[in-house]
Design a protein around this ligand. Structure first.
Ligand SMILES: [Zn+2]
Ligand SMILES: [Zn+2]
Length: 274
């Protein structure tokens, strides 16, 4: 029973198809963690569609879908997630930013409302339950897996997730904005000693000052946090659609030279924690 992390979508903001987004991938945020035989999906960006296609090999299944928040790039894949239309699947959806704001089911339903989408949420035939919690609470998914959460600094709010299993841990942190010259205490607390941190690296340090207030960060800030918190590896994630393959190649060289724990997440990449 291992702990594998697969990147189904690594892009932020909007999916980008085209010849300049082939190497790193154009689908938006979606990560699959296979943890001790259990399946946890983090975010339902457009990458979720491809994940769902591969799950069809299984006749039935059970999974948790943990959402950081409900901006388009984190939920647009949900209406195209084929297991959600299969009555033999159990899907547990959780979100930490809507407890006092109508709840996650209402938001996912609104995304599929007439006339934005032809099929309503209640046409999904899987057994789906929707659960709202407050970011900062711990979640009880399976007895052998610990899930902690933390609030992030993002317009309309967002939630960080840390998954611990059998001495290994992965933390998913997107979308979040840092304060210049400061280390976010919520993030330091949740990433301490982790094997892998996946971090919102939308902008370069040169671009970031013009984007203050947009709710995003840089790989350099992720590195500062991870070095302070003794993290083993940092996945640079939530790439700006303007950062085409050649740009990302240069960014990868720079980031890997800065710290050998850094790597750039690519669509289709699998990281095994052991
Ligand atoms: Zn995003
Ligand atoms: Zn967002």
């Amino acid at each position: 029973m291992g702990f594998d992390v697969k990147f189904w979508g690594v892009r932020g903001s909007i999916a980008c198809a085209g010849a300049n987004h082939v190497k790193y991938g154009g689908n938006t945020s979606c990560i699959e963690m296979k943890v001790g035989g259990h399946r946890i999906i983090l975010d339902a960006g457009t990458g979720l569609r491809n994940a769902g296609q591969t799950f069809l090999k299984e006749k039935s299944g059970d999974l948790f879908l943990l959402l950081t928040h409900t901006h388009w790039d984190h939920i647009n894949g949900f209406p195209f997630f084929v297991p959600a239309y299969n009555p033999d699947w159990n899907i547990h959806v959780k979100a930490g930013h809507l407890k006092d704001k109508g709840g996650i089911q209402a938001v996912l339903s609104a995304q599929m409302d007439n006339p934005m989408f032809p099929v309503p949420l209640d046409a999904m035939q899987a057994k789906i339950n929707y659960d709202d919690f407050r970011a900062g609470e711990s979640l009880d998914l399976y007895s052998d897996i610990t899930v902690r959460t933390a609030p992030l600094n993002h317009p309309n709010d967002a939630t960080a997730y840390r998954i611990d299993y059998n001495g290994h841990s992965a933390v998913y942190i997107t979308d979040t904005e840092h304060v210049l010259g400061e280390l976010d205490q919520n993030i330091l607390g949740i990433i301490e000693g982790a094997d892998l941190v996946i971090y919102d690296s939308t902008y370069t340090e040169e671009e970031w000052p013009a984007k203050v207030g947009w709710g995003h960060s840089t790989w350099n800030q992720g590195m500062r946090l991870c070095q302070e918190a003794n993290v083993k590896r940092l996945a640079i994630f939530h790439h700006d659609p303007d950062h085409e393959d050649a740009f990302m190649d240069r960014l990868a060289v720079e980031a890997e030279a800065a710290w050998d724990a850094n790597f750039v997440a690519r669509e289709g990449m699998v990281v095994s924690l052991e």
